[in-house]
Design a protein around this ligand. Structure first.
Ligand SMILES: [Zn+2]
Length: 321
């Protein structure tokens, strides 16, 4: 077990924070120069492409209404939206409902498709409302421990496309002078043929911070290895919203090539957790492997919530189902 102090030391010693954003609704951040536009992803300028759409640096579905970029053309924006951001949306949707992340049209509603009486989870004003069918339980209640365990089906998604969607956020947030180090990565992210391999391994460190956390606060950081350091990955995106924090490697062909094939162990970036860990518990971590390019269908996401503490919700009795 790595202590919080050891994790803090590791990043102080080996990495610089080259970009940091902590935003709430109402904050406005524009990346780049609106008067001098050039797409970071395809290299085209206003003579060749349009820049009419608002390009969110972090997809709006993750709750970002604040950070927009001047350097994403409409063509690339549309391509990302229909492609990898759709995979990101499908993968993250059950959790976004449970932790109340507000996208373009509010917190997503989860429901079972088809004609049979099914179930529905929606966020209504201040409460998470759950309606369920006894024959198709989507959650189990543990009265003694006051917990509810949800078992929710994700819509179909391609794991490597979800990884690309997170990396696209990272390269959008990178300072402009770092872009020449990521040309290969950016080409791979834009490639809609997800079967094309670029990396062997790319573990994403995932932290879940239990307890009631603000659902409208986004924290994004870009970490870059210090110039004097070798032997660790060159750059990371750290993105936090709601109860979740993702630490995503941003591999640079010019700075990480010498490490290919080696196994490197790093400390996870420290996450603050809930101010009252005695009540809600410490953050839990896991490693997500999204290198698979095959479509995943019907995957079940399991999530346990304390029902007197985390999110107020209604548990229907059997006669109201
Ligand atoms: Zn473009």
């Amino acid at each position: 077990m790595q202590s919080q102090e050891a994790n803090i030391d590791f990043y102080e010693k080996n990495y610089d924070i080259v970009g940091q954003w902590l935003v709430r609704p109402g904050d406005k951040v524009i990346l780049g120069d609106m008067e001098n536009r050039k797409c970071r992803f395809c290299g085209k300028q206003p003579q060749e492409v349009t820049f009419k759409k608002v390009a969110h640096a972090i997809p709006e579905l993750l709750g970002n209404k604040s950070i927009v970029s001047s350097y994403e053309c409409d063509t690339c924006n549309e391509g990302f939206g229909k492609g990898i951001e759709n995979d990101l949306g499908n993968w993250s949707k059950p959790m976004r409902t449970l932790i109340r992340i507000r996208g373009k049209s509010g917190v997503p509603t989860l429901k079972k498709g088809g004609k049979a009486p099914g179930w529905r989870i929606e966020y209504d004003q201040s409460r998470l409302n759950v309606t369920a069918n006894e024959n198709d339980p989507i959650f189990e209640v543990d009265e003694e421990n006051k917990t509810v365990t949800f078992k929710l089906r994700r819509d179909s998604y391609t794991p490597v496309a979800v990884l690309k969607a997170f990396m696209k956020i990272g390269v959008t947030l990178l300072p402009g002078d770092e872009i020449p180090n990521f040309i290969g990565l950016m080409a791979w992210i834009r490639d809609t043929d997800h079967s094309k391999a670029y990396l062997n391994k790319c573990p994403v460190i995932y932290a879940f911070q239990p307890g009631p956390m603000p659902n409208d606060f986004i924290a994004a950081l870009v970490l870059r290895r210090k110039k004097t350091v070798t032997g660790y990955p060159y750059a990371f995106l750290v993105l936090g919203y709601g109860n979740e924090v993702f630490q995503v490697p941003l591999p640079s062909e010019s700075h990480d090539a010498q490490m290919s094939g080696q196994s490197i162990s790093i400390h996870p970036f420290p996450v603050p957790g809930h101010p009252d860990p005695a009540r809600y518990g410490e953050p839990t971590r896991s490693v997500l492997d999204w290198m698979d390019s095959r479509v995943r269908k019907g995957e079940i996401m399991t999530m346990q919530m304390g029902y007197d503490s985390r999110v107020p919700m209604e548990i229907p009795t059997s006669d109201s189902a």
